[in-house]
Design a protein around this ligand. Structure first.
Ligand code: NAD
Length: 477
């Protein structure tokens, strides 16, 4: 069990105003692995008040001072990589190797990328020769509420906290109540790195408690939220009452378009990408659209790849997929698999129930549906589990139409050796990101979505800009 640490407010670890214990469950064993406290209004108010006071001084610090702090955070973070990996593996079920080499390191790579972008960031810009007396001052928005999910905990926390710090904002972090342990370690890192009192505060809580108290708080100027589109809509409504700035990173239902001239690893790669993190990634390529001429072959490759995908407990070393995060999530995925069968998609791998030999823990069979169409529930809803939906298509126009026929617009994938077609399709994708032929985005390149996948971009220069207001000044000399 992890030692209980409560909230971090104004540079101190503090006990909650009222006792309200919450059990964190290890999804591999279904056992309690930690007990944390959930905050209430008094804790939220204290954290926001500390951030408001600290804004007076932090907002006017020099770029050098902020940079020095962020560089310290990076050094301390690297020294805690293994602790973070162990915590994430236990709280949300990422296999330890993935937790160590991907989940934990995503945090340090975001910090590095922010350092690079921040060094070049101009907070004071001339408008140009056409307006010689005008300039733009980029200034911090104010007190920010940072609300994060459980699926890539350090990835999301680092993207928000470091951007806010670089911008000169102060903040209250509310991590997911389902996976709070890594954020407690993150807070120890912030403390050790020397973050000034009140600049960074952390209060654990659930969405209806601390989450909604933050999003409706009169002294919060901006909300940066990553999570479900359902919660994103509620948060936007709550923010509207006082016109808070809102940055949202929400759900996705990515299409992976496989043309008949795709490279021969494309289908396998797509299945592997889908199953990574047990399908619990907002940018998972969960709809595989395959051109008719290679469709049967692709279904066979996908079936074999899914059946070969090993599933095991998170603490075991090696390449396998772990459980899904919670019983709630397990039940939701089972319901959606059942709906897929009932609506007439062809189940070619996996299906209902737990994989053989795993009777305890929230394990799901890596599942592939073929012969689906884009109106089926499994093609429309974000399943957030290891479930791939395959849909055949005939023409390029049809593929583009199916890919865009969703409320989401986060990441799409295209596999073809034809450069002209590739460029045409990329331009027609209504999504914030497109990845082609197995190339992954470079760290620091902007992350975010079109349509109901969100507002704003995280990472690098644009990620810092999300936390800034622009003051247009004329007549300065
Ligand atoms: P969730 O929306 O249930 O919760 C996310 C966070 O918001 C948690 O901290 C939760 O306590 C809080 N919350 C929930 N309702 C709230 C409310 N009404 N007011 C304030 N706070 C509230 O999401 P989740 O299940 O933790 O995460 C999975 C979702 O996150 C998926 O939909 C996934 O696609 C999305 N996600 C998106 C991105 C992205 O960058 N676009 C990245 C990761 C995850």
């Amino acid at each position: 069990m992890i030692e209980k640490r409560d909230f971090y407010i104004n540079g101190q670890w503090v006990a909650p105003a009222k006792a309200n214990d919450f059990e964190v469950i290890d999804p591999s064993t279904e056992e309690v692995c930690a007990v944390i406290s959930l905050g209430d209004q008094a804790d939220t108010d204290a954290a926001v008040a500390a951030a408001k006071e600290a804004f007076k001084t932090w907002s006017v610090t020099s770029k050098e001072e902020r940079l020095a702090l962020i560089e310290n955070i990076l050094e301390v973070y690297k020294s805690r990589n293994e602790d973070l990996a162990q915590a994430m593996s236990m709280e949300m079920g990422a296999p330890i190797e993935l937790a160590r080499n991907s989940q934990a390191t995503s945090g340090s790579s975001h910090i590095k990328n922010f350092i690079r972008a921040f060094k070049e960031f101009e907070f004071d810009r001339m408008l140009g020769d056409h307006a010689p007396n005008d300039r733009l001052l980029y200034e911090p928005i104010g007190v920010t509420a940072l609300i994060t999910p459980w699926n890539w905990p350090m990835n999301q926390v680092a993207l928000k906290v470091i951007a806010a710090l670089a911008a000169g904002c102060t903040m209250v972090l509310k991590p997911s109540e389902i996976a709070p342990l890594s954020s407690i370690i993150w807070t120890e890192i912030m403390d050790e790195a020397g973050v000034p009192a009140g600049v960074y505060n952390m209060v654990n809580g659930d969405g209806m408690g601390v989450g909604s108290q933050l999003t409706s708080h009169p002294d919060v100027d901006m909300i940066s939220f990553t999570g479900s589109t359902r919660a994103g809509i509620a948060i936007s409504k709550s923010a509207a009452d006082s016109i808070k700035r809102v940055a949202l990173e929400l759900g996705g239902k990515g299409a992976n378009i496989i043309f008949d001239d795709a490279d021969d690893k494309a289908v396998k790669r797509g299945v592997r990408h889908m199953m990574q993190n047990t399908g619990q990634s907002c940018n998972a390529p969960s709809r595989m659209l395959v051109q008719r001429g290679v469709y049967d072959q692709a279904v066979e490759i996908a079936r074999e790849a899914a059946e070969k995908t090993a599933v095991d407990v998170a603490s075991k070393e090696g390449h396998h997929v772990g459980p899904v995060v919670s019983e709630l999530q397990w039940n939701k995925i089972q319901d959606l698999i059942k709906v897929g069968i009932d609506e007439g998609a062809r189940l070619v791998a996996g299906g209902l129930g737990r994989p053989e030999g795993l009777n305890k823990g929230y394990f799901v069979k890596p599942t592939v549906f073929a012969d689906a169409n884009n109106q089926m529930t499994i093609a429309r809803e974000e399943i957030f589990g290891p479930v791939l939906t395959m849909i055949p298509f005939d023409t390029e126009e049809e593929a583009v139409e199916i890919a865009n026929d969703t409320v989401y617009g986060l990441t799409n994938y295209v596999q073809t050796q034809n450069g002209e077609r590739l460029n045409r399709v990329i331009r027609q994708m209504r999504s914030g990101m497109v990845e082609a032929n197995g190339t992954s985005r470079a760290g620091g390149s902007p992350f975010g979505g079109y349509k109901q996948s969100g507002i704003g971009r995280e990472g690098g220069e644009l990620g810092i800009e999300d936390f800034l207001e622009v003051k247009s000044v004329s007549g300065w000399f």
